[in-house]
Design a binder for this molecule. Structure first.
Ligand SMILES: [Ca+2]
Ligand SMILES: [Ca+2]
Length: 480
C-alpha cells in the first residue's frame, strides 16, 4: 500500500497554538434523570460554542469537536477547557452545510511522529459552485494539525442534505455518509456518490472487498444520513437518516443494500413501494418516525455505569430536541423499544458520543439558524452516574502470558485468573491494523490465537472489558 504524506510545512503555519478559552469546568449545577433506578446527572461541560457538528472520544482520551464554521478543537474532558487546533480557511458555511464530519484514528504509515493520529474531516467549499470534500490531516500533540491531503473532492453539494457522518472501522477503512444534495435522482444512481454510504481506504481508494468492484458505494438509496455507529460485539452498523416531512429512519446498514429513497420512504408499506422494494433489494428501516424528529447523531451504550442503557443505541434529534434510548435485541438485528430521556429541554441536538468510562456527551446546535440559543449556547453536555465513577474506576490488571512467545505455528493466551466479566481479545500488527478480534466470556482463562495465517513480525495483544483491562503484551511471530 502506498502512503503519501506531504512534508511538514504549510500545515504548521495554519496550526493555531492551543488556546484556553470559553471552556469552563463542569459546575455543581446539574439536573438528574432516573434511568432504571440509576441517578444520571447532566451538567454543562463546555459553553460558548457555535454550531458543533461532530463530537467524538479520541484515542488520546480527549473529546474532539467540529464547529460548522470551520474550527476543529479538542476538549479536555476533566475540565471542559476548549483547545482549538485549526480553523479551516476554505470552508463554505451555508444553510446546513460547512465543516461537518470528523474521525480520529491511528496513524497507519510506517514512521509516525510521537503521539501521531490521523484526523479526517469532511466539509463544503466553493469551486464552481458548492462542493464537498474529505481531507486527512496528520496530528501530533506538539505540532497540532498539519499536512492536509485530499482523499475525495468535487462531490456535488447543496445548502441542504449533505450527510457527512464519518466512521473509522477496525480494518482501518472509512465510512462516509453522503446526502442527496437536494437532487433526489442521485440516491438511486449507482455512479453518483451522493445519497450513499461510501467506504474508502485511508488513502481514499476503493477497498478490494467493497460490494461492487471499483466503486466506493457501500449502500445506496439514502436521503440525508447524519448518524452512524458500529457495535463492536456484533459488528453491526446503524445509521439515522432524515426523511422529508415523513419517515425519519434508523437503518441497519448492510453492504450492497438499497435503502429506498426517494421511491420508498420508511417501510415498504404502500403498493408502489412494495413493488420497488421487492425488485431492488431494499432494506427497510428498523424504526421510522412520522412526524419527523430530525434525527442526527447516533451512538451506542453498553457500560455498567448506567445499566438501564445496556446494549442500546442513543440518538439525538434537532427539531424534536430529544435524547432517545433505542434498546437493541441481543443479536442487534432489531430495536426492541424507545424511551425519550428528555424532549426539547436543551434545544436542538446534533452530536453524541460515549466515553470508555461510560459518560455520555451531547453537543447542541442552537446557533445553526433554526434554534433559539441561550447565552451559553452552544454547549457540550455530559451525562454521568457520579456514584459509579467514584467507586469503580477502570482497573488495570496484572499481565497475562502468551505461550509460546516467540511463536511459529500456534500460541495461546493465559490469563492470571478467570475473567470476572466478558471481555474482548484484540491483536494489532506493527502498523496498528486489527488482525484478530474475539469475545472472551466470564470465567474464561485461556484462548488460542489463530496465528497460522499471519505474517512473521511483531504484534500487540490486548484484553479488555468495560471495567477492567490488562496491560498489553507483545507477541513475536517467527518466520516459518
Ligand atoms: Ca429508507
Ligand atoms: Ca413507506
Amino acid at each position: 500500500m502506498k502512503h503519501f504524506f506531504p512534508a511538514l510545512g504549510p500545515g504548521l503555519a495554519l496550526t493555531a497554538l492551543l488556546v484556553g478559552g470559553c471552556g469552563a469546568p463542569a459546575t455543581a449545577q446539574s439536573t438528574t434523570y432516573n434511568v432504571g433506578g440509576t441517578t444520571v446527572s447532566l451538567s454543562s461541560l463546555t459553553t460558548g460554542l457555535d454550531t458543533p457538528w461532530e463530537l467524538l472520544w479520541g484515542p488520546d482520551d480527549f473529546l474532539w469537536l467540529t464547529e460548522r464554521g470551520g474550527r476543529i478543537s479538542r476538549i479536555n474532558p476533566a475540565t471542559g477547557q476548549l483547545l482549538p487546533l485549526l480553523t479551516l480557511p476554505d470552508v463554505t458555511e451555508t444553510g446546513e452545510s460547512g465543516l461537518l464530519g470528523l474521525a480520529v484514528g491511528p496513524a497507519v504509515h510506517l514512521a509516525p511522529l510521537p503521539g501521531e493520529l490521523a484526523v479526517y474531516v469532511v466539509y463544503n467549499y466553493t469551486s464552481g459552485g458548492l462542493k464537498e470534500k474529505l481531507v486527512r490531516y496528520r496530528y501530533t500533540p506538539t505540532i497540532g494539525l498539519l499536512s492536509p491531503q485530499v482523499l475525495l473532492d468535487n462531490l456535488p453539494a447543496a445548502s441542504i442534505h449533505s450527510g457527512s457522518r464519518l466512521l473509522l472501522l477496525p480494518d482501518n477503512t472509512l465510512l462516509m455518509t453522503t446526502g442527496d444534495a437536494a437532487n433526489t435522482s442521485t440516491a438511486q444512481n449507482p455512479t453518483s456518490l451522493n445519497g450513499k454510504v461510501l467506504r474508502l481506504t485511508v488513502t481514499g481508494t476503493v477497498p478490494a472487498d467493497n460490494p461492487t468492484p471499483g466503486s466506493l458505494v457501500y449502500s445506496l438509496g439514502h436521503r440525508n444520513p447524519q448518524g452512524l455507529v458500529r457495535v463492536a460485539a456484533t459488528g453491526r452498523l446503524y445509521s439515522s437518516e432524515h426523511g422529508p416531512n415523513n419517515d425519519d429512519e434508523v437503518n441497519l446498514i448492510e453492504p450492497g443494500r438499497n435503502y429506498g429513497w426517494p421511491t420508498a420512504q420508511g417501510f415498504c408499506n404502500l403498493p408502489a413501494e412494495q413493488t420497488f422494494c421487492q425488485q431492488n433489494n431494499v432494506r427497510e428501516p428498523l424504526l421510522a418516525w412520522t412526524p419527523t424528529l430530525a434525527v442526527a447523531g447516533l451512538s451506542y451504550y453498553n457500560h455498567p455505569a448506567i445499566p438501564g442503557w445496556s446494549n442500546s443505541l442513543l440518538m439525538v434529534s434537532l427539531k424534536a430536541g430529544k435524547l432517545t434510548q433505542l434498546p437493541l435485541a441481543a443479536t442487534g438485528a432489531t430495536i426492541t423499544g424507545q424511551t425519550d430521556v428528555w424532549t426539547g429541554t436543551y434545544g436542538r441536538l446534533r452530536a453524541i458520543c460515549v466515553s470508555p468510562q461510560g459518560r455520555v456527551y451531547v453537543a447542541t446546535s442552537n446557533r445553526d439558524g433554526r434554534g433559539s440559543p441561550t447565552a451559553t449556547d452552544d454547549r457540550v453536555l455530559v451525562l454521568e452516574n457520579r456514584t459509579f465513577t467514584a467507586t469503580r474506576p477502570n482497573r488495570i490488571l496484572p499481565a497475562f502470558a502468551l505461550y509460546p512467545n516467540p511463536a511459529s505455528h500456534a500460541t495461546s493466551l493465559h490469563l492470571p485468573a478467570p475473567l470476572t466479566t466478558a471481555a474482548r481479545l484484540s491483536v494489532h500488527d506493527a502498523l496498528g491494523r486489527l488482525v484478530h478480534e474475539a469475545p472472551l466470556v466470564a470465567g474464561q482463562q485461556r484462548a488460542a490465537l489463530p496465528v497460522a495465517g499471519w505474517t512473521a513480525g511483531v504484534y500487540q495483544v490486548r484484553v479488555g472489558g468495560p471495567t477492567q483491562s490488562f496491560a498489553p503484551q507483545r507477541l513475536v511471530l517467527a518466520g516459518r
